[in-house]
Design a protein around this ligand. Sequence first.
Ligand code: NAD
Ligand code: DAU
Length: 367
Amino acid sequence: MSSLLVTGGAGFIGANFVHYWLRQHPDDRVVVLDALTYAGNLASLASASGNPAYRFVQGDIRDTTLVGSLLEKEAIDTIVHFAAESHVDRSISSPDAFIQTNMVGTYSLLEAARSHWLGGTAAGEHRFHHVSTDEVYGALGVEDPAFTEHTAYAPNSPYSASKAGSDHLVRAYHHTYGLQVTTSNCSNNYGPYQFPEKLIPLMIVNALDGKPMPVYGDGSNIRDWLYVEDHVRGIDMVIKQGAVGETYNIGGNEEHANLDIVSRLCASIDEIFAADDGLAGRFPHAPAASGTATSSLITLVKDRPGHDWRYAVDASRIQAELGFSPAHDFNSGLRNTVAWMLANEDWWRAILDDSYRSWIEDQYEKR
Ligand code: NAD
Ligand code: DAU
């Protein structure tokens, strides 16, 4: 039996991880530590709340005393560190929170872990798993090979620079102090519980509400996409079987240009509306409700400053060494995501209040 501290468990990937872990490892204890920033949402954890193996604590990862007492009282042997500021656009307009949470917060968590596992009475097997991103490797051109674990770091945004800094700290705590760490660097995730500021959920809610679907620049930027359930399964494999001190890239082998993704989503929403009469009543502002193509909402807008052109992940290490491969391809993952958004309108409606909408619109105006 293991006792996990999951930081950022009320966010998108963290919540998926918590549900996955409670399902797959019912004998383990899962303690979530989350500050509940704008991106944290207890509704994403609602179905775990009656489970005696689960506990939620609202708090900041920079609170080393709080983290120390949780490690002690809950006899934590594994930290899974998701907590972060995660949205690139926000890091461009307001970098401060990114430095605070991603760098200072990770440092603070590492200090608490070092003091508890290496300096106190709890010495023994432990694991600090750090969840990171492929963005630390920078941007690729069309012919460049995909990022491997040996690609030099070249972060381009305040977000990716702050994640790169946190990766280096995690590495240093292993090298210098012997903290038992692993790190995973994953590509773009999508799926249930993703905050609708990220490309895929934002496009779905705008399509359903008949709002413009803003595609940055000419829409040619490429990302590698992984369904979130595959990511959390990959993290499980790294925690259970990964070598201490090592890093593993996780990817979907699904490179797609933004405009292709948005066009695919539009076509799929048109088809779903055509097959289900009830949707026009639920979403009267959607073009698809009146038989108009959803793609009529696609609007090319000013580009993101410093916009990385392409990411691609070489995930051959985790495949060869740990046996990981994605279970979902992009088509099935997108279908599941659209279906989840249609079935969970209450979840995203609660987020789309006026202040959030005006924040998004303000971002476009500032460019
Ligand atoms: P998210 O923004 O949806 O969630 C982040 C969570 O962290 C929120 O619940 C928030 O309340 C919490 N948090 C923020 N600051 C905190 C603090 N100081 N103390 C405690 N909690 C705090 O993020 P996500 O998309 O779920 O990403 C999770 C992790 O995975 C991040 O580290 C991110 O860098 C990494 N990652 C994300 C993706 C992706 O596509 N979303 C891909 C690769 C890696
Ligand atoms: O690569 C992993 C990273 O993926 C994670 O580390 C980040 O936390 C996560 O946010 C994501 O970063 P991106 O910047 O790639 O994701 P985002 O959804 O913001 O944008 C995806 C692409 O779509 C990117 O090229 C910008 C573009 N885009 C985004 C938005 C929100 C648009 O064209 N229009 C939009 O409105």
